[in-house]
Design a binder for this molecule. Structure first.
Ligand code: NAP
Length: 324
């Protein structure tokens, strides 16, 4: 097998495409032949030693992938050799093969291509947990999505629309705004050009959005929070721009607003049954065509450094998928 090996977490440049012995699954594990793996923002942070999870060295990055079960470890009865699965294991995906705990593999229904499956769980689960569970979004409410053309952003647009909400997508370029409207956003704000507060006010008759979905942080957070509606819910999803912003708490008091943390990974560990029910609903929504991963492009696995460069330079719209 081949894998992108991180021996020193000093950045993408230090990764090497290395031949390794194909591993044999232990009890409770399976060997996966990887067909597709998607890039998530934490995959960039983890090779730069900036992510909260710091795996022992050396490790293979790639949190999320899909493929075919090639071998079973002892005691694995819920999967079979040849079955298509999606896996979210934190590491291991940027390779031709990976070992996964069987419990972390989601069997795929027919008509679920590997590329879609590799770009599915992280972004849709995060956005569903955020909007449905944490924000209690209701039909008819207005959601503002920041970084709306990114991975979790595009998923948030589709989930909010599936729930009957009105969506305002905010992003840094006209092309990104166009993409967001093409997947269902009702309106868009180009925050590279427009004043965010004025544009939100104009699109909501001065009332503000009921829910703000923020995976970007930095300079966008305070103007977005100042614009929120009475009883608004501000979803803290991530800090893709780098800086972790601070907010004057009187703003929450003045709007009767809530600042709501979103941490899907921890939710899935602490509340596995609720998480499984949510994943079941998402797979159903996929089958019904209500949600569909936005894949910017697929690239050969050997071109991983170029894919990382696209993500780091904010070029990607939706998801990048590496294929074997
Ligand atoms: N809380 C959770 O459970 C959870 C789960 C998954 C991901 N996350 C977090 O959510 C954030 C987004 O993840 P993602 O996978 O959707 O990433 P992504 O696809 O790269 O999207 C991030 C978006 O952030 C914006 N951005 C602003 N400044 C940026 C910068 N300096 N570098 C890169 N992007 C920048 C970009 O939109 P514009 O160019 O339009 O500004 C970009 O489209 C990350 O911080 C990630 O860690 C959190």
């Amino acid at each position: 097998m081949h894998a992108w090996l991180c021996t020193e977490p000093t950045g993408v440049e230090a990764l090497t495409w290395t031949e390794l012995p194909t591993p044999v699954p232990k009890a409770g594990e399976v060997l996966i032949e990887i067909r597709a793996a998607s890039l998530n923002f934490p995959d960039l942070l983890i090779v730069q030693n900036k992510y909260q999870m710091k795996p022992p060295l050396p490790f293979v990055p790639g949190s999320e992938y899909a493929g075919r079960v090639a071998a079973l470890g002892d005691g694995v009865t819920q999967l079979r050799v040849g079955q298509d699965v999606a896996c979210l294991t934190g590491t291991g995906g940027f390779a031709t093969h990976a070992i996964a705990r069987a419990a972390l593999c989601l069997p795929l229904p027919a008509d679920f291509p590997h590329a879609d499956a590799a770009a599915f769980t992280m972004v849709y689960a995060t956005s569903h947990h955020a909007l449905v569970d944490r924000a209690r979004l209701r039909a008819g409410e207005t959601v503002l999505v920041l970084g709306a053309a990114g991975g979790v952003g595009t998923a948030a647009i589709q989930i909010a629309k599936a729930m009957g909400a009105r969506v305002i997508a905010a992003a840094s370029s006209e092309a990104k705004c166009t993409l967001c409207r093409s997947i269902g956003a009702d309106a868009s704000i180009h925050y590279g050009k427009e004043n965010l507060r004025e544009a939100i006010g104009a699109l909501t008759d001065g009332k503000g959005p009921d829910v703000v979905y923020d995976p970007v942080g930095g300079e966008l957070t305070e103007p977005a929070f100042r614009s929120i509606a009475w009883r608004g819910r501000y979803l803290v999803v991530g800090f893709a721009s780098g800086p972790i912003p601070s907010l004057p708490l009187n703003l929450a008091l003045l709007k009767g607003a809530s600042i709501v943390g979103v941490f899907w990974g921890e939710f899935s560990r602490r509340e596995p049954q609720a998480n499984a029910a949510m994943l079941g609903e998402l797979v159903q929504w996929y089958a019904q065509g209500r949600i569909r991963p936005v894949i910017d492009r697929s690239m050969p696995m050997a071109q991983l450094p170029a894919a990382y460069a696209c993500m780091g330079s904010r070029e990607v719209m939706g998801k990048l998928v590496m294929v074997n």
